[in-house]
Design a protein around this ligand. Structure first.
Ligand SMILES: [Zn+2]
Length: 701
């Protein structure tokens, strides 16, 4: 099986990749080929993002079940965790009489026949070797006065136990930590009053982590930084973190992020029975807990959480700005590393194919367990576009009046389009220094203004946006050119507007405009090359592949080139040329100025030549693989202008000549308005009854 999806790039962003899976293992992870002809049976999850399956080190219960009370419920809980993207977890037993732990040892060894849920990787034994003053919801009557008895027990049951939480200041804890660590049981420090010195000594003795750092442990004070301070400062200790609104303030999360960072934080849920269950009263061990907005004891103190891994990851990203690479570490890689599990935690060859595919809000779209789809969100089925725009000429059916908006890396443009002609363009600035909220407010005002002065009945609004776009959800997942991440474009613009608003990739929509009303008429296939702040390409064919083979705006931009693997977009775009020139000379210049200066100026000449070579490589690959009948050159050209187009045209023609017999290359009929025309056309196609209900989720009104 091959899975095509967005993947963390290793440099903070995303690229479109293909994961090959066989016999439950990842065989290969490569950039997705241009077009899909070379792929055997494959699943295309673009634009959703693949991360290694979540690993949760602390699950007390869920769905009304408490694992301490009834350890057999770890199996139905594990089944359900798949819908949260969790592919492995540690069922957790809190402080309780020994017979409860023995029941848990038995049940984790008694795997139900045919079980295909998230994998219990061994128990997390939390208590009874805990500090009385930091016991939290653990029953004080069952706390142990020394550690040796528990250590003896765990060493006998070592095959059933992965991790134990211990307060290191309890009598004989230090010796026990060394014995347990020596037997391969991970020791984590928690529910502890330990001083910084005691904590450091325990870490030196073999402990490797802190359990839910900050919660239920000695705090950071000015002359005594406690367990929390010592653990966060330690260069190698992992710290688990309950990143919900109740356990940690934003400041506490930021302190943990600054000190431990993505390399040492493991997100855990510490979920208890009330998670995934209606509000009400549930158990954790021997205690009765009230679950409403949080899980609380009768005195109001927290007793586990109602958190899920997607929600934890989302809050971490909101607070810290964690990149996709960093999210993979704190939800999976670090936990696998802490457990010494070399099979999990990474999307790389040889690892188990445990994969979670998430949307922009980090909600699982699908969970793949050992190479098989174990969970799939119902609405995530890929939308095919066979019923969307007709291939070939469409001018025979004039569209009703719509407003098109093209949000590019430098500027946005908006205008009314009546299916035949485009009204006057309205413009505004975008750019990396403008926050999304401000741009979208301006876009909405522009649309209100256009519809108010139109004198005709506006029926819909289409928005084209650069980057990785989840059209059906109306969300921009990531737009590097704009520094936008997870921006709800359709909903934000649609608020109070009274018109249906749809969102799509800017290059797709620009290509649609040319295909439907301009250059594509009569052609069998068309490669649309967009040159703007970035460079992208898209193929259209007559046979209904309206969206092209690439399925993603800016895909040429994701094609790595050169020894250092720089993406094409960063060297071939107008902005990249400007940035490169400024970097080398200290002098600001537009791409247009660089091209004009290039005959005499050696730096300008070198940058212009590098940009052309990068573009040539990408185009050559696209033309070879897709064999287009016609190549249309268009795009916003915001930072480069006509000079770039004029310079590009002969150069591209000479590139195409050896690749294809009698290549035809034209400049886009709509010029830099292609995106606006395409967005307006698309909004009509997407919101018309003929398109069916398949796109209704993209529509806000
Ligand atoms: Zn705890």
């Amino acid at each position: 099986m091959q899975v095509v999806t967005m993947l963390p790039s290793g440099r903070g962003g995303l690229h479109r990749g293909c994961i090959s899976v066989a016999s439950g293992r990842i065989v290969e992870v490569v950039p997705a080929p241009v077009g899909v002809a070379g792929l055997a049976a494959h699943l295309d999850f673009t634009p959703y993002v693949a991360l290694p399956g979540f690993v949760d080190l602390q699950v007390n219960g869920a769905l009304g079940h408490d694992i301490t009370t009834d350890p057999s419920t770890m199996w139905p809980i594990g089944q359900r965790l798949l819908s949260h993207g969790v592919t492995a977890f540690l069922p957790t037993v809190i402080t309780s009489p020994p017979e409860q732990r023995h029941a848990a040892y038995h049940h984790i060894r008694t795997r139900p026949r045919g079980y295909d849920g998230a994998e219990p990787l061994g128990l997390h034994i939390e208590g009874p070797v805990l500090a009385r003053d930091y016991a939290g919801t653990h029953p004080r009557a069952d706390l142990a006065s020394g550690a040796e008895g528990l250590a003896d027990e765990l060493l006998r049951e070592a095959d059933a136990v992965s991790l134990v939480t211990i307060a290191p200041e309890v009598e004989s804890a230090s010796k026990s930590i060394t014995r347990l660590a020596g037997a391969g049981i991970v020791v984590s420090l928690g529910h502890t009053a330990a001083t910084a010195a005691q904590t450091s000594a325990a870490l030196a003795a073999g402990a490797r982590a802190l359990t839910h750092v900050f919660n239920a442990m000695s705090p950071i004070q000015h002359r005594e930084v406690g367990a929390a301070g010592a653990g966060l400062l330690h260069p190698e200790a992992f710290v688990s973190l309950i990143a919900d609104d109740h356990h940690l303030s934003e400041e506490a999360i930021r302190i943990a992020w600054r000190l431990a960072g993505p390399g040492r934080i493991c997100l855990v849920t510490d979920a208890m029975a009330g998670m995934g269950a209606p509000a009400g009263t549930y158990r954790i061990g021997s205690k009765t807990i009230e679950c409403g907005d949080a899980a609380r004891n009768s005195d109001g103190s927290l007793a586990g959480s109602l958190l899920t891994m997607p929600a934890a990851a989302r809050r971490m990203r909101d607070v810290t700005g964690a990149t996709w690479d960093e999210l993979a570490k704190i939800t999976s890689t670090n936990a696998a590393d802490l457990l010494g599990d070399t099979d999990r935690g990474r999307l790389s060859p040889g690892k188990r194919a445990d994969i979670v595919i998430v949307d922009a809000q980090l909600q699982p779209v699908a969970t793949i367990l050992e190479g098989k789809i174990a969970f799939r969100r119902r609405e995530s089925a890929r939308i095919t576009r066979s019923a969307s725009p007709k291939a070939g000429p469409a001018s025979a059916t004039p569209s009703p009046v719509a407003i098109g908006v093209d949000i590019g890396g430098t500027a946005f443009k908006a205008a009314i389009f009546d299916g035949a002609s485009l009204g006057p363009l309205r413009r505004g600035n975008t750019g990396r220094d403008r926050p999304a909220a401000g741009v979208l407010v301006e876009v909405r005002r522009t649309i209100e203004d256009l519809s108010g002065t139109a004198g005709v009945d506006i029926r819909s609004v289409g928005i084209a946006c650069a980057g990785i776009v989840d059209g059906p959800a109306g969300v921009v997942i990531e737009a590097t050119n704009l520094e936008w991440r997870n921006v709800e474009v359709a909903a934000t613009v649609g608020q109070g507007l009274g018109l249906p608003v749809v969102l799509e990739h800017d290059v797709y929509l620009a290509a649609l405009a040319e295909w439907e009303t301009g250059s594509g008429v009569g052609a069998e296939s068309m490669l649309y090359v967009s040159v703007g702040t970035g460079v992208a390409a898209r193929l259209f064919t007559r046979v209904g592949t309206n969206r092209g083979n690439l399925n993603l705006a800016g895909e040429m931009g994701f094609m790595p080139i050169g020894a250092e693997g720089r993406p094409l977009e960063s060297v071939a775009s107008g902005r990249a040329m400007s940035e490169a020139y400024r970097h080398e000379t200290g002098v600001p210049a537009t791409a247009e100025q660089i091209i004009v200066a290039s005959p005499e100026n050696p730096v300008a000449a070198r940058i212009w030549s590098a940009a052309m070579n990068a573009l040539a490589q990408g185009l050559a690959a696209a033309v070879c693989l897709d064999d287009p009948e016609i190549v249309v050159l268009g795009g916003g050209l915001s930072n480069a202008g006509d000079v770039l187009l004029m310079a590009l045209e002969p150069r591209l023609a000479s590139l195409l000549a050896p690749l294809r017999d009698s290549p035809q290359m034209v400049v886009a009929a709509h010029g830099d308005r292609s995106g606006v025309v395409g967005a307006a056309l698309y909004s009509e196609l997407a919101t018309s009854p003929a398109a069916g209900g398949s796109r209704s989720s993209a529509v806000t009104s």
